[in-house]
Structures are given as structure tokens and as C-alpha cells.
Design a protein around this ligand. Structure first.
Ligand SMILES: Nc1ncnc2c1ncn2[C@@H]1O[C@H](COP(=O)(O)OP(=O)(O)O)[C@@H](O)[C@H]1O
Ligand SMILES: [Mg+2]
Length: 146
């Protein structure tokens, strides 16, 4: 049976570590290795940092809603905001390779979504009213280096 844990934090940089600490507790309980948990921490931090930096204006501060779903095969982490939406093109992110690129070209496109794809098994982005990112990781599935 799947288990759900919900956490709502202010969309401010100083609260992102609460999301990381919660993730650690949940992923540890779900049976992930420390290496896998470190990867997930980076991906979740990138998603939360995007909300802090891009979703809300200074005049209208907002919240980050996190939902953790523990499944038999792994966990899904949903990071949701009600800020401004953006045009997400997954094909661009998936096809990105760091080979033969200048550092300035890489950072211009944004590294956060690229890293989420590299560190997680599945990344879904819905950006209609606000943004919803769903990160999924399966237990014990070592990624081969491409
Ligand atoms: N939660 C969000 N709300 C609004 N825009 C977002 C959000 N997440 C990502 N974006 C948009 O997607 C772009 C790419 O994100 P990312 O790959 O993390 O790069 P970076 O944050 O370095 O710009 C951001 O620049 C921003 O325009
Ligand atoms: Mg980012």
C-alpha cells in the first residue's frame, strides 16, 4: 500500500533544508542507499530552488507544497507552486549533453532541470496554473554513465 507524506513550506531559500531533511527521513525509511538519497537531495533542492527563484514575485511571496509517495518500487516527490508558469520543453532537456559545450552555453540553458533528469529515473513537469514537478526514483537501480 502506498504511503503519502505532505509538507508545506514558505517559498524562501532558508526553508529548502526542511525539504531536504524530510526527504532524507522518508527515503531512508523506504530503503534507499545513501548515494541514492544524495542524488535525490540534489534534484529536490534544484526543484525547490526554482520555486524560490522563479515562481513568485517579491511582492507576492508564496509556498512550496511537497508530497512524498512511498511505493513498493521507489518514491515519487511532487514539488508544487502556484506562481507564474513557464514553457517547458522536455525534449530540449533530455537531449542535452555536456560534451563539446562551453560552460556559458550550459548554464545559459539552466542546469537545474538537466540535473533532475540526470539524477532521477523520471521527471514530469506540468506548468499551467503554477508549476508541478514530479520526480520519481526506483530503489536499487544503478544508472549507467552515458
Ligand atoms: N517553479 C518554477 N516556476 C516558474 N518558472 C520555472 C520554475 N522552474 C523552472 N522554471 C523556468 O525554467 C527555467 C530553467 O530552470 P533550470 O533548469 O533550473 O535553470 P535555472 O534555474 O538555472 O534558470 C528557469 O530559468 C525558469 O524560467
Ligand atoms: Mg534552477
Amino acid at each position: 500500500m502506498n504511503s503519502f507524506i505532505h509538507l508545506t513550506i514558505p517559498a524562501r531559500a532558508e526553508f529548502v533544508d526542511i525539504a531536504r531533511l524530510t526527504l532524507f527521513g522518508i527515503a531512508n525509511k523506504a530503503g534507499f542507499s545513501y548515494e541514492e538519497i544524495e542524488d535525490m537531495k540534489v534534484a529536490v533542492t534544484e526543484a525547490c530552488t526554482n520555486v524560490v527563484l522563479h515562481a513568485y514575485s517579491n511582492a507576492q511571496p508564496g509556498i512550496i507544497e511537497l508530497s512524498f509517495e512511498i511505493e513498493d518500487k521507489g518514491i515519487s516527490i511532487r514539488i508544487k507552486d502556484e506562481g507564474s508558469s513557464f514553457n517547458y520543453e522536455p525534449a530540449d532537456t533530455k537531449s542535452v549533453t555536456l560534451h563539446n559545450k562551453e560552460l556559458s552555453d550550459i548554464t545559459a540553458g539552466g542546469l537545474g532541470l538537466f540535473m533532475m533528469h540526470a539524477l532521477m529515473d523520471k521527471v514530469e513537469v506540468f506548468s499551467e496554473r503554477g508549476t508541478e514537478v514530479i520526480l520519481t526514483k526506483l530503489i536499487g537501480r544503478k544508472e549507467e554513465m552515458a
